[in-house]
Design a protein around this ligand. Structure first.
Ligand SMILES: *Cc1c(COP(=O)(O)O)cnc(C)c1O
Length: 222
């Protein structure tokens, strides 16, 4: 009897790894909206502004995993270092160095994803493939002992051309898979937002960042 339960638990755990982590992107949305999602069992939330992230973390239940999803300035790492669960958009060695420093101060290893530039647009941040290969070939685990690099993150071009989006995601997945073989901590591939998460899942995403499809359109006027 107890074996059946145990077996079931093991299998459930195994298959649950195949389903992606849903990061509910709550940026610009009020605490009350987050509470509704929380009551539905959602525990992973993403924000892209440090101040907003800190205020919400302070006000909401402590079992929420907070992800920093947007571009992060080095001088603001210190505010989120004590509690952040995952930083998605690490796009420079300068930032990595600062995260390591703040990780040491807080005596915790901070989980990070390296952002890769896959989109056509110039404006999207991220490492080029060459820069990434170079960083990963270095002794980065010794250089940054308070950083735990758990995978890659990317954003596709903002286009209605689904073929292009799919090709960009597939390219990132290929890169991820090749790196996974040598870097055992590489378990997460963060790609896919409200408009393209279904394509991203077909292309190997393990983590999708969905905002407006959950919370509705954002109103940026303050
Ligand atoms: C805002 C944002 C998202 C979510 O965007 P939606 O289109 O609302 O799902 C995902 N990733 C990043 C980096 C973002 O800044």
């Amino acid at each position: 009897m107890s074996d059946i339960k145990e077996n079931l638990r093991i299998i459930q755990k195994e298959i649950s790894k195949l389903s992606p982590t849903l990061v509910a992107v709550s940026k610009t949305k009020p605490i009350s909206d987050i509470s509704i999602a929380y009551e539905e069992g959602q525990r992973v939330f993403g924000e892209n502004k440090v101040q907003e992230l800190c205020e919400k973390q302070e006000a909401l239940p402590k079992d929420i995993e907070w992800h920093m999803i947007g571009h992060l300035q080095s001088n603001k790492v210190k505010y989120i270092a004590p509690f952040v669960s995952l930083i998605h958009g690490v796009d420079s060695e300068k930032l990595l160095k600062e995260i390591n420093k703040q990780g040491e101060k807080n005596q915790r290893k901070i989980n990070c994803l390296l952002q890769v530039h896959i989109a056509e647009e110039e404006s999207k941040f991220g490492f080029s493939t060459d820069e990434l290969v170079c960083l990963l070939a270095s002794d980065y685990e010794e250089t940054y002992p308070f950083v735990n690099i758990t995978g890659l993150m990317g954003m596709a071009t903002n286009t209605s051309d689904t073929n292009q989006i799919s090709n960009e995601f597939k390219g990132l997945n290929k890169l991820f898979n090749s790196m996974k073989m040598e870097h055992e901590n590489f378990t997460e591939l963060s790609m896919g937002m409200s408009g393209d998460y279904k394509i991203a899942l077909e292309c190997g995403s393990t983590m999708i960042r969905v905002g407006s499809a959950i919370f509705g359109k954002r109103n940026y006027k303050k």
